[in-house]
Design a protein around this ligand. Structure first.
Ligand code: FAD
Length: 476
């Protein structure tokens, strides 16, 4: 029997490991191993856990329709998996295990340990790339080195993709049932990840709805993406990130759909489809960065002078940021959207991250962890990349001297205060003119607001940030 080990690839279509196992023509079983203690240490959010649990139920039914039973096991940590898999292989006479590669440090360690343990009993361990359209290591400079900057990476990526078969793999056909696969299907137990849950019901998990969301997005809304993607009050982005993060949909499926609707999406013009593809390529860039530099998973910044920055570890300010009570309306609106829904608009992720790091001077790692613990689309590579970019300490990051003014950002991207009013109820009745800085020029003196004053003076904080970044950079 062949065993397919599902991790962050919770889909039947375009799943290279599953496709390969099914191609052998032998009986196939699947397994998912929950690791609640490991997840805790990785700050996996309860909302994402809920999404994964719901998605696993769907996957199990889809697999069963193909006569593939899905085993479900719980252990504490990744380190418990090698023995568990070896026992299962022995119990069910499994000759080969198949999975799709994860690129993070602990995950690589886990897979190396599994490969080592299985090799002792001559069980094959086959690893595939399904997380990116072009796998890490395949997009390099002329000298064969990884790119350090996004724009040339994107250029090279676009060149390679045009001579690559990027069509998604089809769903495997039914496998002939055996007495064992039938009995495993009959014995299937309830899936319980033994982790905290927060409701993820506003994210449907069935294939039809997910694929329809992609289709609808690519057929029309994507055409306005370049104009509206920075306006948080507009539903202008795809909101597919949660599905990409758990592998319920693959980036190849996204690309294939985009091309079906917009044949010219590889061209140089900067319209909606091209801009959207650029974001998909940012995702690839960050996955490649982590795959090539797995040490970034240990809390290191890419730029080594970051170690000379004395970040503040101020619990009180951090708590206000987390709760959306900083007195800066656009920041608070973003944080409240995150806390209540598990998702935050990209422009706001940049604004709140910049505010934490460059206005409050708090360690970006605190923000990175908090995001992971709340996001439904938490993905180590994209989150770490986004935080290192915002903190100006990563690969191809925002230069340290570019410091967002949150009030200017607010006026530019939420000019009427529509988004702020949606999330900061205390400011519901404040006019568009005053909503971005309600205490500026004594506006709030007439009618007291139950909204806090800013916890920091932006222009002073900006000067301080510039000086500590310069000192760290010039440190000998
Ligand atoms: P769309 O705008 O429709 O983009 C399509 C897809 O492209 C997204 O689903 C996503 O997979 C990818 N994408 C878009 N923008 C980026 C980007 N800047 N970097 C990497 N991939 C991108 N994204 C995550 O998926 N998980 C995270 O944990 C995460 N943390 C972030 C933290 C910070 C501080 C910042 C600044 C960004 C972070 N992002 C993260 C990137 C981005 O904010 C989200 O991918 C995006 O908001 C998801 O919404 P969407 O699906 O509507 O995106």
């Amino acid at each position: 029997m062949k065993l397919v080990w599902f991790r962050r690839d919770l889909r039947i279509k375009d799943n290279p490991a599953l496709a390969d196992a099914c191609r052998t023509g032998e009986p196939v079983a699947a397994i998912y191993v929950a690791t609640p203690e490991q997840w805790k240490s990785h700050f996996v959010s309860p909302r994402q856990a809920d999404l994964i649990q719901r998605r696993l139920e769907v996957i199990r039914q889809e697999l069963e329709a193909l006569n593939i039973p899905m085993l479900f096991k719980v252990v504490d940590n990744f380190s418990d998996i090698p023995v568990l898999l070896a026992e299962i292989c022995q119990q069910y006479q499994v000759s080969d295990v198949y999975c799709n590669r994860d690129y993070e440090y602990d995950e690589i360690d886990r897979d190396n340990a599994v490969a080592g343990t299985l090799s002792l009993t001559r069980i094959g361990f086959h690893v595939f790339d399904g997380k990116c359209i072009l796998p890490p290591g395949s997009v390099t400079t002329g000298a064969g080195k990884p790119f350090q900057v996004f724009t040339p990476f994107k250029k090279a990526w676009l060149k390679i993709i045009q001579s690559t078969d990027y069509s998604p793999l089809k769903q495997p056909g039914q496998i002939a049932p055996t007495a064992l696969t039938k009995s495993l299907i009959d014995e299937a137990k309830e899936i319980d990840l033994r982790y905290w849950h927060e409701d993820s019901l506003s994210w449907p998990v069935d294939d039809n709805t997910i694929i329809q969301r992609l289709r609808d997005y690519c057929s029309y809304r994507v055409t306005k993406y370049h104009q509206l993607r920075d306006i948080p009050s507009e539903p202008a982005t795809s909101q597919l990130s949660a599905y990409l993060a758990i592998g319920a949909i693959s980036p190849r499926q996204c690309l294939a759909r985009l091309i079906t609707e917009h044949r010219d999406c590889f061209s140089d013009v900067k319209e909606g489809p091209q801009t959207w593809l650029s974001e998909i390529i940012w995702r690839e860039f960050y996955q490649h960065v982590i795959a090539i530099n797995p040490d970034l998973c240990k809390g290191e910044a890419f730029l080594c002078w970051e170690t000379h920055i004395s970040w503040k570890h101020d619990e009180i300010l951090f708590e206000k940021w987390k709760q959306g009570k900083t007195g800066v309306p656009i920041v608070d609106a973003g944080m409240r959207q995150l806390n209540e829904t598990g998702w935050m608009h990209n422009r706001l992720r940049m604004i709140v991250a910049s505010f934490l790091v460059k206005d409050l001077h708090i360690d970006w790692r605190w923000g990175e962890q908090y995001f992971m613990s709340k996001l439904i689309d938490g993905d180590f590579a994209s989150n770490n990349g986004g935080w290192q970019w915002s903190a100006s300490v990563g690969l191809d990051a925002q230069p340290y001297f570019r410091i967002f003014n949150p009030f200017t950002q607010s006026k530019k991207f939420d000019p009427e205060g529509i988004f702020i009013r949606r999330w900061v109820k205390e400011l519901e009745s404040v006019s568009a003119k005053h909503i971005h800085e309600p205490y500026n020029k004594g506006y709030a003196t007439g009618s007291p607001l139950s909204y806090p004053k800013p916890i920091v003076d932006h222009s002073l904080a900006r000067k301080e940030a510039l000086s500590f970044f310069e000192a760290a950079k010039n440190h000998k």
